[in-house]
Every structure is written in C-alpha cells, then in structure tokens.
Design a protein around this ligand. Sequence first.
Ligand code: ADP
Ligand code: MG
Length: 298
Amino acid sequence: ATPTAVMVGTGVGASRGVLIKGGQALESAQKVNCIVFDKTGTLTMGKPVVVNTKLFRSMVLREFYELVAAAEVNSEHPLAKAIVEYAKKFREDEENPVWPEAEDFESITGHGVKAVIHNKKVIVGNKRLMLEQGISVPVDADEVLAEAEELAQTGILVSIDSELIGVVAISDPVKPGAREVVSLLKSMNVESKLVTGDNWGTANAIAKEVGINDVIAEAKPEDKAEKVKELQSLGKVVAMVGDGINDSPALVAADVGMAIGAGTDIAIEAADIVLMKSNLEDVITAIDLSRKTFGRIR
Ligand code: ADP
Ligand code: MG
C-alpha cells in the first residue's frame, strides 16, 4: 500500500472511533487469523451486578455488606464496584454512606482484597485467595460456587476472622452482539479464544454463550501473555482484545493489541489499536480496514 493509502486507512478508522497507532498496526491487522478475547469488560458488559448472597452463619446482611464494602471500596476492580453499589442498598437511610476505615488494605491482583475493618480480618475474593490465606472452604460454599458458575455468574467468597462467612454471586451479562462477532470472525477465517482471570466454570459458561470453544481460565496477567506467545509459536498471527491492567502484557505480546476504549489507561497505552466506542464489532472494522488497505487484493 502507498503511504497515502495508509493515511486514508487510518483516517477512516479514526472517523469510526478505531484509533490505529501507525502504519505497522494497520498492516498487521490484515494478517490476523486468531483473536484472544478477555472476558470481563470485553466479551461481557463489564458492569457486573450482585444478584445473590448466601451466608453460612447468621449475620445481618447490612453488617455483612458494611464490612465487605469497607474492604472493596479501596479496589478499582469492576467486581468491587458492583459489591459497593449493592452494599449501598442496605444504607438507603443515608445519602452517601461512609464505610468504616480499612486498615492494612491489600489488593491481590486477579484474586481479591484483604483489610482489617473494626478489628476484624476481612478477605474478599476467589477460592484460590481463600486457600492461599489458609481459610478452608466448606462443601456448602463449593456448592454455592458451582451453582453460580453454571449460571455464568462469578461467586466471590467472603471470610471474616479466618472463617468463611458467605458467597456473593455477581452477574456480568454478555454484550449483545458478542456471539455474532465471533461467528462473523469465523466466516473471515479468524478463530476466537477466551482468556480470563475468572474461574473455569464461569469462563466456560460465557464461552458457550458467545460460541467460543477454546478457553483459558484462572489466568494471571503473565499467563494471558504466555497464551498469546504459545499461539504465535504455532504460526498464528494473534490479536489480543482486552480492557484491563491484567491484559496489558498480552496486548504487548500480541501481533496486534486491541484495547477496548472504556478500559484502563494502561491497556490503551499497551495497545496498537484502540476501539474508542468499546464496540466489539469494531474488531471486525479494524481487520476489514486493514484488508482493504493492504491486501489480499494486490
Ligand atoms: P478478568 O480476566 O476476567 O478481567 P481478573 O483477572 O481481573 O478477571 O480477576 C480474576 C478473579 O479474581 C475475579 O473473577 C474474582 O474472582 C477475583 N477478584 C479480582 N479482584 C477482585 C476484587 N477486588 N474483589 C473480589 N474478587 C476479586
Ligand atoms: Mg477485563
């Protein structure tokens, strides 16, 4: 393609909210034959809501959520925001509830948070975090987790003073159109994969909803990048689509990193292409534009 064609291509992209950072990015997109999608905020709305609470010992929900919110209000994670939002429902008497002070707050990326609230040790996160913290997860908690996962929900465990107290089930619906994008990509000879830090049950349920067969769950940020490299070593030209801090190593490793525009600055920084409108359809827009500018037709 001529420099003029590249300028036109990036210009058309920009006018549609697809920011292509340079000619190399535009050129690489036409060669992509494999796309790795992040789950939360990419295939799903990224606006999770609490849909259920199960407590394993008697405790007033208002008090339970006060402790959980006091810990989670310090986290940027979308699941944390969902929990704090929900906790406000128990404080409707107040306009802007003030949560108790959290001491020794710690965020464990891809796992959850811990803090000391009212002298109680509060841990909120996935099962792996509980086991790492030496908290035993009883069978009834496992059952609640399995139920949530079957419904494509994420079950978040809560322990107080080293005792597992409850499970908060959170639902983050799939974006409308996600299934169609996966199927359109297939017709363009581009295969889709899902990679997520969430658990296997939820990941598989979401993958099924959107029509993806190849899933990697419980992935740490470096595992996501590793998956991209593994696909590349099989000769695939890989695009990674993600929105979060967790995705940035994979966005960098990919032949084409695509950031969902409503995501974190770190993801946007790490990407080659930014989908400003946060539309999954724009993954196709980017590839189409590249194919038209460079390719295939010579
Ligand atoms: P994804 O790859 O889908 O964006 P993450 O890697 O951010 O997911 O998180 C993986 C899992 O870790 C979440 O599904 C959740 O179980 C747990 N987790 C992470 N952060 C938090 C938090 N602030 N509160 C509770 N759980 C969390
Ligand atoms: Mg994400």
